[in-house]
Design a protein around this ligand. Structure first.
Ligand code: SAM
Length: 329
């Protein structure tokens, strides 16, 4: 098992398949993009599947979430999902995506073994979408979400980040849109993970503000039926339920004590926290002929040194060197 010194057990593996992305979201990347990882540094499909296999068969991983960068940019995504679905015990398999191109791929990914999907959507206004993502692809994202629902990748979860003076008034509209279509919306507090280091604690839209804004239009009540467990989202029933909305208050109400996640970057580094300042190199081990047992040992050591919390609210907090797109959100 992947345990740490604070009694937490990592069972949820976030696998970044690429650091590349076809959007340039303001809270993540500068408009010109970033220097992508050189291709030889990125794990091959076989390398990724070998690590996932060790994670599932030896280290107690029960959930695998593919992310990035934009995971749909990986042509071998369906093959990686199929190989993951063939493992015993079969892990729960999900994908976080910006939805571009999903309209053509949703059915194939479902057939390969994908169980669930999260699509990121911050605005319903085309001009705000262009400003926030620096691309004109809102219709593609909406079509992707609809295709995911039609393919049975349900419930489609939608992730939204609100930015001050950009889309901070859109919470009720986003919720109405999602309720109408049966999508489950979750608002994520903006975290200091942008490549430009532009995040300011005083400017971020807090989950408290989101709650207040939603409460003006909907009746929100405690979700007593669903236990939160290690889930990052705190959920509320909307208008008495069964529809729900979630808030992920990573900054204002951190949930590190219940964290069960561990991350594998596209270049084969294990990160025991989004905000970790060090990584453990599994790619070198893989490529220098290490056995599965040796790799598992390195992986266990990486998780065992996980800190008790992310430290964002600590005056001495230092943002990690890698931005969100290169870690895997
Ligand atoms: N490209 C995929 C997508 O758009 O969902 C997967 C990767 S993206 C980094 C994963 C999630 O991280 C998205 O929902 C995105 O909104 C969120 N994200 C990126 N930067 C963030 C930040 N600074 N604070 C909070 N969430 C962020």
């Amino acid at each position: 098992m992947l345990t740490d010194a604070y009694g937490r057990v990592a069972t949820d593996l976030r696998v970044s398949l690429t650091d590349r992305c076809n959007l340039r979201c303001a809270y993540c990347m500068p408009p010109e993009g970033l220097d992508w990882l050189p291709a030889p540094e990125v794990l091959t499909g076989d390398e990724i599947v070998r690590l996932i296999t060790i994670g599932v068969e030896t280290l107690g991983i029960r959930e695998v979430r593919f992310t990035g960068g934009e995971p749909l940019l990986r042509r071998d995504l369906a093959d990686i999902i199929a190989a993951t679905a063939a493992l015993d015990p079969r892990p729960d398999i999900s994908l976080t995506t910006n939805g571009i191109g999903l309209d053509r791929r949703a059915a194939g990914l479902k057939a390969a073994g994908l169980d669930r999907i999260n699509v990121s959507l911050d605005t319903l206004r085309p001009e705000v979408f262009r400003k926030l993502t620096r691309r004109d692809r809102l219709d593609d994202v909406l079509a992707g979400m609809a295709a995911a629902a039609a393919a049975g990748l349900t419930p489609v979860k939608v992730n939204a980040v609100l930015m001050r003076d950009l889309n901070d008034d859109e919470a009720p509209d986003l919720l109405a849109y999602c309720l109408e279509r049966g999508y489950e919306l979750r608002f994520i507090e903006q975290m200091p993970l942008d490549a430009q280091h532009g995040w300011k604690r005083t400017e971020m839209v807090t989950s408290g503000e989101v709650f207040a804004s939603l409460s003006a239009a909907f009746q929100l009540s405690d979700d007593t039926e669903r236990s939160r467990g290690a889930a990052p989202a705190e959920t509320f029933l909307v208008n008495g339920g069964p529809a729900r909305v979630g808030v992920i208050a990573s900054v204002t109400r951190p949930f590190c004590g219940a964290c069960d996640r561990v991350r594998l970057t596209a270049d084969g580094q294990i990160r025991n926290c989004l905000f970790a300042r060090s990584e453990s190199d599994l790619r070198s081990a893989l490529r220098s002929g290490a056995t599965d047992a040796e790799i598992a040992g390195r992986w266990r050591a990486a998780v065992s040194s996980k800190l008790p919390g992310h430290g964002i609210n600590d005056p001495a907090f230092l943002q990690p060197d890698r931005p969100m797109s290169a870690i895997g959100g």
